[in-house]
Design a protein around this ligand. Structure first.
Ligand code: SF4
Ligand code: SF4
Length: 379
């Protein structure tokens, strides 16, 4: 295992950690085996955003005496709701869930994360209310070691970092999001021509992280599984798991990647990364964008904006694509992310302006309806 300094904190975290979301709902024995396998391979950072008591207690029980050897990334404002996972900025509600987490993990959470700051509204609900004072107080009183935050939106993440408060952040990083832009993209020129490098807003965010010493723990490194599947990758060929991990770890601002392994075998596969030669991890040749194969497939470029109904069409597609990969068992977090959007696919008025702008002939109107069917309240 390789260890890297995490931003402004005094922590050194394993280059590969564990996102525990996919352990939610698994029997205790499977949680225990997966966590033990990870720890035995040197993993020392776990992301625990799930609000449910059972999964938290299962993780804590599996850690046992090794709790002190592990950095827990725990989220403040992650609560339960109608769709299993929810967000709350109501202080008593957030306090209830976070204090329960504190109790379960021994009275201390290493990284107290401001949960899911994607939009201006999220930002205001945290930084322009007493919520931030509550979190700072947790740190002053020694209940959390460091303040971090999670986001999928580069523009909002930049704003959060500029408050000077966070020491690290959790951010979604993979080549598709970086090259095609996803959330906070500044691209406004139509057509496929601009796909020549990292989305400018994301590049700005990564440069700011390096400048301000904000360490990143990376999520969504496999693009919800899409990047490693021939049928779904937006590139000419699927990437391997190791190539996806290597892509994120090659970003100088990234301290750790947190793949959501759900079984010991998946942990072992991820750890195989360290045994590979450089050429086996090299992703560059796979990032070829086929000219025709994009037809009908969303690459999250935002060229279809603006939508008169206010729908973030790329974000809806991002969640729809993952839902289609998991038909019949859509991850609760994806439903939750979808329900957190200001406007869902069900609000589409079928005006068709987006389809006229989309360079890849994506059937957007049909997809909006499909997203609502799969991910909406009745899905
Ligand atoms: S629907 Fe088309 S234009 Fe809109 S984000 Fe997807 S690929 Fe880009
Ligand atoms: S067709 Fe629907 S998604 Fe597209 S711009 Fe019109 S309202 Fe928005």
């Amino acid at each position: 295992m390789i260890f890297r300094k995490l931003g402004k904190t005094d922590l050194r975290v394993s280059a590969i950690g564990l996102g525990c979301e996919n352990l939610d709902g698994k029997p205790y024995r499977e949680v225990e085996e997966t966590i033990n396998t990870a720890l035995d391979h040197g993993v020392n950072i776990l992301d625990v955003f799930m609000p449910g008591r059972e999964i938290r207690e299962n993780i804590a029980k599996a850690l046992g005496k090794r709790r002190g050897d592990v950095v827990i990334q725990g989220h403040i404002g992650s609560t339960e709701g109608r769709q299993h996972y929810d967000i709350s900025r109501d202080i008593p509600t957030a306090q209830h869930y976070f204090e329960e987490m504190l109790r379960i993990f021994g009275g201390y959470i290493d990284l107290g994360m401001l949960f899911f700051i994607d939009s201006e509204k999220d930002y205001k609900q945290i930084f322009e209310t007493d919520f931030i004072a509550y979190v700072e107080n947790l740190k002053t009183r020694g209940y959390i070691g460091h303040i971090g935050f999670s986001s999928h939106n580069a523009a909002t993440a930049i704003k959060v970092i500029k408050t000077g408060l966070p020491e690290m952040m959790m951010f979604s990083i993979n080549p598709a999001f970086d090259l095609f832009g996803s959330g906070g993209s500044t691209r406004d020129t139509p057509g496929p021509e601009p796909f020549t490098g990292v989305d400018p807003k994301r590049a700005e965010l990564y440069a700011l992280c390096r400048q301000e010493e904000i360490g990143i723990t990376a999520m969504k490194t496999l693009g919800g599984g899409k990047l490693i599947l021939a049928k779904h990758t937006p590139f000419a060929e699927p990437l391997t798991v190791a190539q996806c991990l290597h892509y994120a770890l090659s970003n100088p601002a990234v301290s750790s990647v947190l793949p959501g392994c759900q079984a010991p075998g998946e942990v072992v596969e991820a750890m195989g990364y360290f045994d590979l030669e450089d050429w086996e991890k090299d992703y560059a040749e796979r990032l070829v964008i086929p000219s025709d194969d994009f037809e009908g497939s969303c690459v999250y470029c935002n060229h279809c904006q603006p939508c008169p109904a206010g729908i973030d069409i790329a974000a809806v597609h991002k969640y729809l694509d993952i839902a289609r990969l998991h038909l019949g068992q859509v991850p609760p977090s994806i439903r939750h992310h979808y329900s957190s959007l200001a406007h869902g696919g069900g609000e589409c008025i079928a005006c068709g302006t987006c389809e006229a702008r989309c360079p890849f002939n994506v059937p957007i109107i049909d997809n909006m309806a499909d997203a609502e069917k799969l991910l909406g309240e009745c899905g």
